[in-house]
Design a protein. Structure first.
Length: 341
């Protein structure tokens, strides 16, 4: 038998609901007696509270039993039908029992129909309350399950993407390629070595929240070298950084993303070279500036650049990434992090 998707924590509700229903039901039936607070009304309240208790606890047991038997949303109709049938039968049995053991012996009249009609009220209330709570809690559990599945799905996709290129296979292939390159072809050897440095840095830093500026700059140098093979002197990157700045921390790949965005969105030509400057500002910010030479047709963007950097820094620092654009100059300031997070 299936376990219920939700177990009610309803102790307070029962402690308040049973006495409250025990007072309200006779008050609605005989409002005048309620206003007088006569002994007869007191007996009615006592009798009503007893009926409410028996019906509430019995129907609660039926409801929980049906939750165990039919826990899924697809079984809601069947569950409600069984609950209604068993609940009605239970009310009928209790009404006969109360009529035969209390009404006839002590009040000397047949009150079966009155007892049955009165008993229906708390029964309906109990069923409505519990089914509403069960529906809401089941809905919340399904939402949480759906969100969890979505997160797991995204995580699995990321893991697949990470593992598509096995690092050992790639580096072994690079070593093989290096062996095939002629010893006199130093440019090809250098390019392959820098490409290895770039990929190695990505692998090492992907699980880190921050890296030192010195590590990031070394990676940027290798990345710029690869791009200068293509752009040559059309791409110029200058660095003005103090020794203290090099010891501080930034988010990994942040400088590379900014340089990549500058190359992606701007023209680099012999007449108008793309100039990128990396400097520090009061040892609080790293400043990356480039002249604006916008392309008429932009390369396809992966949309993980500047916004990604902003999102990461919002989690790591109270300082915000600052982006400014002037007529001929685009500037991004990223906060320096004093210690490894």
């Amino acid at each position: 038998m299936n376990e219920p998707a939700y177990t009610p924590n309803d102790r307070k509700m029962r402690m308040i609901g049973i006495p409250l229903a025990g007072i309200l039901i006779p008050a609605m039936i005989s409002f005048e007696e309620f206003l007088k607070l006569s002994p007869a009304f007191g007996m009615s309240v006592l009798f009503s509270t007893l009926i409410t208790f028996v019906l509430w606890e019995g129907n609660r047991a039926i409801i929980i039993r049906m939750w165990r038997a039919f826990p899924d949303h697809s079984q809601t109709t069947r569950r409600v039908l069984y609950e209604s049938g068993l609940g009605l039968l239970y009310v009928l049995v209790i009404s006969v029992f109360l009529n035969e053991t209390i009404c006839k012996p002590y009040f000397h009249h047949d009150a079966f129909m009155i007892t049955f009609r009165i008993s229906i009220v708390p029964t309906v209330i109990v069923f409505l309350i519990y089914e509403a709570v069960y529906f809401f809690e089941s809905w919340k559990m399904n939402v949480r399950k759906t969100e969890s599945l979505m997160r797991e799905g995204v995580q699995s996709q990321l893991e697949v993407l990470k593992n598509q290129l096995d690092p050992h296979f790639l580096f072994n292939s690079m070593n093989t390629l290096a062996a095939l390159i002629d010893d006199e072809n130093t440019d090809a050897q250098d390019y392959l070595e820098r490409l290895s440095d770039v990929y190695r840095y990505v692998l090492v830093s992907r699980n880190k929240n921050t890296v030192t500026v010195e590590e990031e700059i070394a990676f940027v140098d290798a990345y710029v070298y690869l791009n200068k093979i293509r752009f040559r002197e059309n791409l110029q990157v200058n660095k003005r950084l103090s020794d203290n700045t090099l010891k501080q921390h930034v988010t990994p790949l942040s400088l590379q993303m900014l340089i990549e965005n500058a190359i992606k969105h701007n023209v680099a030509s012999r007449e108008n070279p793309l100039r990128i400057t990396i400097s520090d500002e009061d040892e609080d910010y790293l400043v990356v500036e480039n002249n604006i030479l916008e392309k008429t047709i932009l390369e396809k963007s992966t949309r993980v650049g500047l916004q990604n950097i902003m999102n990461r820094y919002s989690l790591l620092s109270d300082k915000q990434v600052e982006v400014t654009r002037q007529k001929d100059l685009f500037t991004v300031k990223i906060p320096l992090l004093g210690q490894l997070v």
